[in-house]
Design a protein around this ligand. Structure first.
Ligand SMILES: [Fe+2]
Ligand SMILES: [Fe+2]
Length: 373
């Protein structure tokens, strides 16, 4: 049986010291190579035997949009004003929770300008990580086209490659034209993407990317879409969300079928991978690079941020798609309910009965029924 140390490199999932010790020391690199260990599989069975995937494929063909022409790129974005408006709209006086006592912390001496700067950096960081994650999705779905043995899944995955290229394109353009700086990939996110790409079992690419990374992205995009007062970002996210919902549905539909064939040892390996992915993604949301940039002690800052009630809600909401989808796949309770215990430890089990994305994607479609004006 694998221990926490084997799976995530530390015994205590909340060991802050160990989490913060993982940093990106390669910030000036312009490329990063990962060895993919999986076989490319041809299938000679062209029969369309998976109608649910076929339906998703048809939907994807009709829901394409053009990143350059379908979004109002001429919208003026004053980032500092947006940061202030967003904070006001959320009812907070500061960017961080106003109820927090910052006495004796690195934030004690911060002026309003420091808080606004922090808000801008935080946004630069968040959108940069979305950008890198989208590139991860682009590479993973190209890999799925090669490795999945079913023709209906190859067809669908090909449409997702196009979707992900468009997502990389919109986030790169938004960062370049509307925000004030880029961040390199967060080390926890990179570790996870490397593990997903390097695994030689085709379904692990699905579990890591389609269920875990995309499930988290879908929740995060939804949250920011709701909160942001900036109309261009709002619309951009709305479009991206309708694509992402299909992507997660693709994962759920495919793995539901495939997991029927697996024995309990193989299912346990999937549970462990889901736990690893969940932990890495939670770790990355501590935004350690932003505090570094702001020149405050990272550990003290992270500790304080972790106490903010708003923050805790946001962090856990990120798992609101992942947990029900894992439940639908049978991963939560398989064996002795090992993953249920891990998700309880991570504080996210409360989402288990929320709607799963196998059904939700049609409701989230923004393009199919309402083409861009
Ligand atoms: Fe995407
Ligand atoms: Fe996606």
């Amino acid at each position: 049986m694998a221990t926490n140390l084997d799976i995530i490199g530390r015994e205590d999932v909340n060991d802050l010291e160990a989490i913060l010790a993982i940093t990106n020391s390669d910030v000036d690199a312009i490329s990063h190579e990962v060895r993919a260990n999986s076989d490319a599989i041809f299938t000679w069975d062209y029969e369309r035997s998976r109608p649910a995937l076929g339906k998703l494929y048809e939907k994807a063909k009709k829901s394409q949009w053009n990143a350059q022409t379908d979004l109002p790129w001429d919208t003026e974005v004053d980032q500092a004003t947006v940061v202030v408006n967003n904070a006001l709209a959320q009812g907070g006086g500061t960017i961080l929770d106003p109820s927090l006592d910052v006495k004796g912390t690195p934030f004690e001496s911060w002026t309003d300008d420091d808080w606004i700067q922090f808000g801008c950096e935080s946004q630069n960081w968040t959108l940069s990580q979305f950008l890198h994650g989208e590139q991860g999705a682009l590479i993973c779905t190209a890999q799925i086209v090669e490795t999945v043995p079913w023709i209906d899944a190859k067809y669908y995955a090909a449409t997702q490659v196009m979707d992900e290229a468009r997502h990389v394109e919109v986030f790169a353009k938004y960062l370049d034209e509307k925000l004030s700086g880029h961040y390199p990939i967060n080390a926890h996110l990179r570790l996870l993407l490397d593990d997903i790409i390097g695994d030689n079992r085709w379904d692990m690419t699905y579990l890591g990317m389609q269920i875990m990374v995309e499930g988290l992205a879908l929740a995060a995009f939804g949250f920011i879409h709701q909160l942001t007062t900036e109309p261009l970002l709002k619309q951009l996210l709305r479009y991206v969300i309708s694509d992402e919902a299909r992507h997660v549905a693709f994962g759920v539909l495919s793995l539901q079928e495939y997991y029927q064939e697996l024995d309990s040892k193989e299912i346990r390996e999937r549970q462990e991978f889901a736990f690893e992915a969940a932990t890495r993604m939670r770790d990355r949301f501590l935004q350690q690079e932003v505090f570094e940039k702001m020149g405050v002690d990272v550990k003290d800052s992270v500790k304080l941020v972790m106490q903010a009630p708003d923050r805790a809600v946001f962090q856990s909401l990120l798992f609101s798609k992942i947990v029900p989808n894992c439940k639908k796949l049978g991963l939560l309770d398989a064996g002795d309910g090992w993953l249920r215990e891990r998700f309880t430890e991570l504080g996210v089990i409360q989402f288990e009965d929320w709607v799963d994305t196998g059904e939700e994607y049609e409701r989230l479609d923004a393009i199919g029924e309402a083409p861009a004006a």
